[in-house]
Design a protein around this ligand. Structure first.
Ligand code: SF4
Length: 324
C-alpha cells in the first residue's frame, strides 16, 4: 500500500513539483544549507526574491562565511528576521572550519541545526536516506495517519513509516511540495492530492492535528528616545539575547520626560510578543553610555531591527523618502 502511495507521490511530483527552485538544482551542500536555514521560518517567495542570491553572492562559500565579520552576516540577514539563525550560521561555519560535515549525525552537532534540518541537508546534498519532519510534512503525517496528538517522537515514527528510503531526495522534496501546495493548513485540496486514496484523515482533515490552545501575545510597552546631535543620531549595538548584534536606539521601560518632543508610536509584532513604543526626540542631553553617533548614511550600513527602521522613518518624517 505504501509503495502505491509512493508511486502516486512521484507521479504527482513529476507534474507539479517546484523543480526549478535554485536549491534543488545545485549540488553545492553549502547553498543547500543556507537555503534550509533561511526557509526554517520564512516563506519560499521571500527567500527567493530578496535574500538567497545576495547572501550567496556576498559569502560564496562556507569558508568565506567563516572568515566574515558577524556584523556583515547580520547586515545580509536584515529584514529576514529570527537573527539567531544568522548568528548560528556564522558560528557553525567557524566551528567546522569552513568544511560542512557530510552526514546528519555530524551536521546536528552544529549550532542552529536540529534533527529535521540535519536530515534535510544530508538528504538533499548527499542523498543520505533520511526523512524530514518540517511543519508541512508534520501536517501531512497527522492527516495521513489520522493522528490528532502533537507528539514529536510519535511523528518521527510516522515519518519513517511513510518514508521511501530508496529516493530520499525526491521523496522529501515531493512531501514538502504536497504540504506547501495541497495539504495546506486551512484549505487542503484532497481531490488533487496524491495520497487521497490512502489518507485516513481526508474526511475531516482540519481536525488533524488538534488545534493549539491560543495564548494571547503579551504587549511590551516601551519608550524609545532618539538622541540627536546636529545630523547624527545615537545608536548602540544590542548585547541582549533578543536581536543581539543588531543596532538600535535607546529603549527603556520608563516613561519619557514630558519636555521631549513626541515623534509618534511604533508597533512591531514578533513571534512571542508585540512591541508598542512611544518615540521621542532628545536634542539636549548627553550621550548615554555605550552609544555612538551616526548620520543617516552611516545608519543605512548598519543592521537594524524592523522597529528601529520604523523609528528612522519617523525621524525622517516621511517613510517614502528613506530608502534603506
Ligand atoms: S488527502 Fe487531504 S488531508 Fe490527506 S494528505 Fe492529502 S490533502 Fe492532506
Amino acid at each position: 500500500m505504501i509503495s502505491l502511495a509512493h508511486n502516486a507521490l512521484y507521479h504527482w511530483y513529476a507534474q507539479n513539483g517546484r523543480h526549478t527552485l535554485p536549491w534543488r538544482i545545485t549540488t553545492d551542500p553549502y547553498s543547500i544549507y543556507v537555503s534550509e536555514i533561511m526557509l526554517q521560518q520564512t516563506q519560499v517567495k521571500t527567500v527567493l526574491e530578496k535574500f538567497y542570491f545576495p547572501f550567496l553572492e556576498r559569502f560564496p562559500t562556507l569558508n568565506d562565511l567563516a572568515h566574515a565579520d558577524v556584523d556583515d552576516v547580520l547586515k545580509m540577514w536584515e529584514g529576514l528576521g529570527y537573527y539567531t539563525r544568522a548568528r548560528n550560521l556564522h558560528a557553525a561555519a567557524r566551528q567546522c572550519n569552513g568544511i560542512l560535515p557530510t552526514n546528519a549525525n555530524d551536521l546536528i552537532k552544529l549550532p542552529g541545526i536540529g534533527q529535521s534540518t540535519a536530515h534535510a541537508i544530508s538528504a538533499f546534498a548527499y542523498r543520505e536516506s533520511l526523512p524530514i519532519l518540517d511543519a508541512n510534512v508534520k501536517r501531512i503525517l497527522h492527516r495521513y495517519f489520522a493522528v490528532k496528538e502533537r507528539n514529536e517522537n510519535k511523528l518521527w515514527e510516522y515519518a519513517y513509516k511513510l518514508f521511501d528510503p530508496s529516493t530520499p531526495f525526491d521523496y522529501n522534496q515531493a512531501m514538502m511540495d504536497v504540504g506547501a501546495t495541497i495539504c495546506t493548513p486551512k484549505k487542503p485540496l484532497c481531490a488533487c492530492c496524491p495520497f487521497e486514496r490512502w489518507c485516513q484523515g481526508k474526511s475531516s482533515p482540519l481536525e488533524y492535528p488538534m488545534a493549539k490552545t491560543k495564548t494571547q501575545k503579551p504587549i511590551r510597552l516601551r519608550t524609545i528616545i532618539v538622541y540627536q546631535r546636529e545630523n547624527s543620531y545615537a545608536l548602540t549595538q544590542r548585547r541582549t539575547r533578543f536581536l543581539s548584534g543588531l543596532w538600535g536606539f535607546y529603549e527603556s521601560e520608563e516613561l519619557a520626560d514630558e519636555s521631549l518632543k513626541y515623534l509618534g508610536e511604533v508597533t512591531q509584532h514578533y513571534s512571542h510578543f508585540t512591541l508598542q513604543a512611544n518615540v521621542y526626540l532628545n536634542k539636549e542631553s548627553i550621550l548615554p553610555e555605550g552609544f555612538e553617533w551616526f548620520d543617516l548614511d552611516e545608519i543605512k550600513k548598519l543592521s537594524l531591527s524592523r522597529a528601529d527602521h520604523k523609528v528612522i522613518a519617523q525621524i525622517v518624517g516621511d517613510q517614502k523618502t528613506y530608502h534603506h
